[in-house]
Design a protein around this ligand. Structure first.
Ligand code: CO
Length: 134
């Protein structure tokens, strides 16, 4: 069902420092910072030849990554995103297998303008998993 690794998301306490680290120290191609008010984050994408790294920084009062950064003050891996061809079919299969989908279980438009779902970390080896339809 799952295909390519679309991205690994890393929550960071200092977006400028993280961007500089990836661009200048690691020599990667990085995007501009983009505010995503619908998601409560500001993102910078690091483009690698085979996947992307999504740097996440809290935006606004109720950012979904604020709690994560409070517990992980140096930052840390927040989620991994796998590609699927049909997100509704994927959701039905996962629900039939007893997996928990976060929120109301309906796909939402994610940070890249494509439908996404998040799966409960306790069902996936302690890792928050995002599925993105491509
Ligand atoms: Co993501």
């Amino acid at each position: 069902m799952i295909g390519k690794l679309n991205h690994v998301a890393i929550a960071v306490p200092d977006l400028d420092a993280a961007t500089t680290l990836y661009r200048d120290t690691l020599g990667a191609k990085v995007s501009e910072a983009v505010d995503q008010p619908d998601h409560g984050v500001t993102t910078v994408f690091v483009e690698l030849p085979n996947t992307k790294i999504e740097l996440l920084y809290p935006l606004g009062e109720n950012s979904p990554i604020a709690g994560f950064l409070a517990k992980n003050q140096a930052g840390g891996i927040h989620h991994v995103c796998y590609e699927v061809e049909d997100i509704r079919a994927a959701a039905e299969k996962l629900k039939a297998d007893g997996m928990r989908i976060l929120g109301d279980g309906e796909p939402k438009i994610g940070a890249h303008g494509k439908p996404v779902l998040f799966l409960h970390p306790k069902d996936f080896c302690g890792t928050l998993v995002e599925l993105e339809e491509v």
